[in-house]
Structure formats: C-alpha cells, structure tokens
Design a protein around this ligand. Structure first.
Ligand code: SAM
Length: 281
C-alpha cells in the first residue's frame, strides 16, 4: 500500500482531526521520506530524537535504523494513535510533551542517547525557535535533518550579499555545516501546506566556524546589522556606544570599509570585527 493510502487509512480509522495550531501536515511522499532517512545517516550504534511524530511515519523508519528513538509529540489525540502504529517497536520512547519546553541536555543524559541525531518534519510555527534552542543549548546533538519551509531553508544556507542572508544564516553557519537536501512541494503532505518546503541537514560542529572572544557581542553586532539592513556599518556600529575614534580603529584593524553594509560581511569578517571592537571596549 502506498504511504499516501496508508496515512489516509490511519487518519480515517482514528477519526483524527488535523490541527492547524499544531502545524499538522503529514508526509505522504515515499521519496521525500527516503531522502530524509538517507541524509540522517542513522545506524544501529546511534540514537535519534524526533520532534512531532504525527502518526509515526518517520519514527518507524528511524527506529529500524537506530538503537533507540525518543519522539516528542504535543498533541494528546495522537498519543493513542502512536501507541498503536509504533507497537511493533521496542526501541521507541514516546514523550507526550511540548518540544519547546524540553531540556535536551537532560533528556539526552536521562535516556542515554549520547550524540543523537535529530530528525523531524517540524511543525512550521516553531521552526526558528526550536533551531535556535537546539543550537545554543550545547546539547551534544550530532546532526540535524529537518523539513522546514523552503523560505527558511534558503535563509539558513544563504551566502553574504543575498537577500536571504541574515542573522539566522549566521547563527546556523556558526554552529553547524549546513546543506540543502531537497525541495518538497505541498502535494507531498496531507493536508497540503500553503508554502513550499525543503529538507536541510546541519552537521553540528565540534568548534564554531569562527573563534570569537565574546559571543554575545558577536551576535549583537550581527543582529544590529540586519535589523538596520539599509544602514552602513558605521551607522549601525555607532549604536554600540563606543568612542568614534576607537570604532574607526577597530574597523581599520579588521580591514572593513565603514561604508559597507552589514549584509555584505562574511562570518569571518563579523568575527574579526567583533574581536577588534571587543579589544577597545
Ligand atoms: N512527523 C509527521 C510526519 O512527517 O508526517 C508529522 C509532522 S507535522 C508537520 C508536525 C508534528 O509536530 C505534528 O504531529 C504536531 O502535532 C507536532 N507538534 C506541534 N507542535 C509541537 C510541539 N511544540 N512539540 C512537539 N510536537 C509538536
């Protein structure tokens, strides 16, 4: 039976009502499922975490290829469905929780998941907060393979001086090596979302891609640069409140023209600039 027919049958059998609030669009495209699983490079020696299993389509494929899978689902009405669809597996733990409230460090330790891979067809309303949470909480997650809106995927992999390049690109490219796996049309889901989707892979780096003396300052400069996208770096950086002479020196030492706009800077340039400013604060 095709994935599409199987999904429709389960939805009908359990009289499941899709919730827009929970971003429920279930995957019914076998090719996309295979692409996600292949990109995740799972193995029986490693564990995996999933956010939002839905009726367990991706979960089952993950469990076949992992030592253990912990899957986190917020929706009460899906728990009995999952208890049935995943009943053949003894290596899946279903957590009935809000993924945004999970302490991933604690979960990984309590469940003995050591360097797990995170795989998910994410509910789109929490895409950016969940990515930010996982990247900044130093969780020990090894690799992230997620389906997200195509527009957000484009921002994550964007290069300097493009309209997609922004604070999210730099955050993701600081903590991980990012790549786009495939585009996914609305017809790959039921119900169909209004937007196109994409699968991306983020291999979490042991060390960030640039070494900076003060991460807070580094990300503040990035945030300010993109909040005021049309302003020159000079005008953006003046808001930091450091003396103009020192700011001039810092830009000179970093080899960056103050008339450039922040959106043209590479991650290495943001790193160098923030260190040169830090030395003068
Ligand atoms: N993995 C399934 C699939 O690919 O068909 C379902 C994906 S669907 C896009 C998103 C899933 O995330 C739904 O099952 C939804 O109930 C669940 N979800 C939404 N918000 C959540 C949250 N805050 N924490 C955990 N799960 C959540």
């Amino acid at each position: 039976m095709s994935l599409s027919s199987k999904t429709k049958e389960i939805v009908k059998h359990f009289e499941f009502k899709f919730s827009k609030n929970f971003g429920q669009n279930f995957l019914i495209d076998q090719n996309v499922l295979d692409n996600i699983i292949n990109a995740a490079q799972l193995s029986k020696d490693t564990c995996a975490i999933e956010i939002g299993p839905g009726i367990g389509t991706l979960t089952q494929e993950m469990a076949k290829r992992s030592r253990k899978v912990v899957t986190i689902e917020i929706d009460d009405t899906l728990i009995p469905v999952l208890n049935e669809t995943l009943s053949d597996f003894d290596n899946i733990k279903i957590l009935h929780e809000d993924a945004m409230k999970i302490d991933f460090n604690k979960l990984i330790m309590d469940e003995g998941l050591e360097s797990p891979n995170l795989v998910a067809n994410l509910p789109y309303y929490i895409t950016t907060p969940i990515i930010t949470k996982i990247l900044t909480e130093n969780t020990g997650i090894n690799r992230i393979v997620i389906m997200i809106q195509k527009e957000v995927a484009d921002r994550i992999v964007a290069k300097p001086d493009t309209k997609e390049y922004g604070a999210l690109s730099l955050l993701c490219q600081y903590y991980s090596d990012v790549s786009k796996i495939c585009k996914v049309p609305p017809s790959s889901f039921i119900p169909q979302p209004k937007v196109e989707s994409a699968v991306i892979k983020m291999d979490i780096r042991k060390e960030p891609s640039v070494k900076v003396a003060d991460e807070k300052l580094f990300f503040r400069i990035i945030r300010d640069s993109f909040n005021m996208r049309r302003k020159t770096l000079w005008n953006t950086l003046k808001q930091l409140g450091i003396e103009e002479e020192k700011l001039k020196e810092a830009l000179e030492e970093a080899g960056i023209d103050p008339k450039r706009r922040g959106e043209t800077l590479s991650i290495e340039e943001f790193g160098k600039l923030s260190d040169c400013i830090k030395n003068r604060m």
